[in-house]
Design a protein around this ligand. Sequence first.
Ligand code: G6P
Ligand code: MN
Length: 450
Amino acid sequence: MRLTILGGGGFRVPLVYRALLGDRAEGRISHVTLYDQDPARLAAIARVLADQAAGVPDAPEVTTTGDLDEALRGTDFVFSAIRVGGLDGRATDERVALAEGVLGQETVGAGGIAYGLRTVPVAREIARRIARTAPDAWVINFTNPAGLVTEAMQETLGDRVIGICDSPVGLGRRIARALGAARPAEAWIDYVGLNHLGWVRGLHIGGRDRLPALLADDTALESFEEGRLFGAEWLRSLGAVPNEYLHYYYFNRETVRAYQQVKQTRGAFLRDRQRAFYAGADRTDLAAGEALAAWDRTRAEREATYMAENRDAAGAGEREADDLESGGYEQVALALMRAIARDERATLILNVRNRSALGVLDESAVIEVPCLVDANGAHPVSVAPLPYHAVGLVTAVKAVEREVLEAARGGSRATAVKAFALHPLVDSVGVARRLLDGYLAGHPELAYLR
Ligand code: G6P
Ligand code: MN
């Protein structure tokens, strides 16, 4: 089995490779091709992977290339994990929005729209190249904003592209643990929404919904991240546990203020740390294991500071040790590949075409929902309807995503303004216009908007 990683010089690639190294089963990935436009980043990550593979028998072979068609030819799986505009672009997404007094964040609100406007044209082009060069490959999309980008790629690739995110799995695992479940993986998680905009409405263990018991138990709620972020009272009011990204909606003022006050935004912080890592991994005098050790230090620091401002704003304290290890992102990807490649049936929360799972959205809207996965792909399960307040957010944000897809297709500035203006976290059409002006000035990739 062959895997191609687009954005192969990306910082999280060693997480994926680590998961592959741990897979000893028949039919595992035997060859990984890293594709990236930046040869220095590619070389740095290849060094980390070589350190990881040292001493592991039959480690998947790794090749690197800057040629997309070469990377795609003959591959079975494509992971798309690109970042158009790099972390500098992410920092600009944050800065422009925060200067306007609205949320500046990678995937939510104005920042997510700007990132989507940059990424969708590139994702569409990649989808066309895959359709031509590797029409039988399965595509796993990590690229954020993951739901929107998956929907864009599905225009060409249909259900052969599946979007993934680690946040629903992490949330399910934390809830199951808080309930004292012996095997968190065996719980049925009743979760639905859009990527970074979903709710756990039930968690079934042994055929019983245990969420009501959790919601009634202050101590259990205090024991995990989302419980501390949202607070017991609000979770009881909702009767559900939201994805951590809903903190930006339910506590918008507090998070915007916290983000405005930090000396460096998340994107700028990660840009500086990763710049240092990549520069160090480029040295010619590195001893064996040094690139991996430097990567692991940078990774640990990243994990420890994830959503730190939200946790500060909520008084939620530090992250749990289990969550620091890794978000589980690579495990979702590996489980998905295994289920497809070996017909090992699995249930995973994925970003797929709605069909009829959520009655308020049309069939081709990409949603995040539990899916049964087998060699034929991901099949969403039917779910109970969302309450009106959640329907409101989901339909409003899907409408914004559709405007982003349309703006990226037709290149219309007016449509881009509409996308910003319709977002629930942008409070005026005037703000939307200024946001677009700021992003046009900061992002050369948006020159296509006229
Ligand atoms: C979570 C989200 C991802 C996001 C990641 C990293 O895992 O689900 O979509 O890319 O966090 O966030 P960071 O701020 O560390 O880049
Ligand atoms: Mn995510």
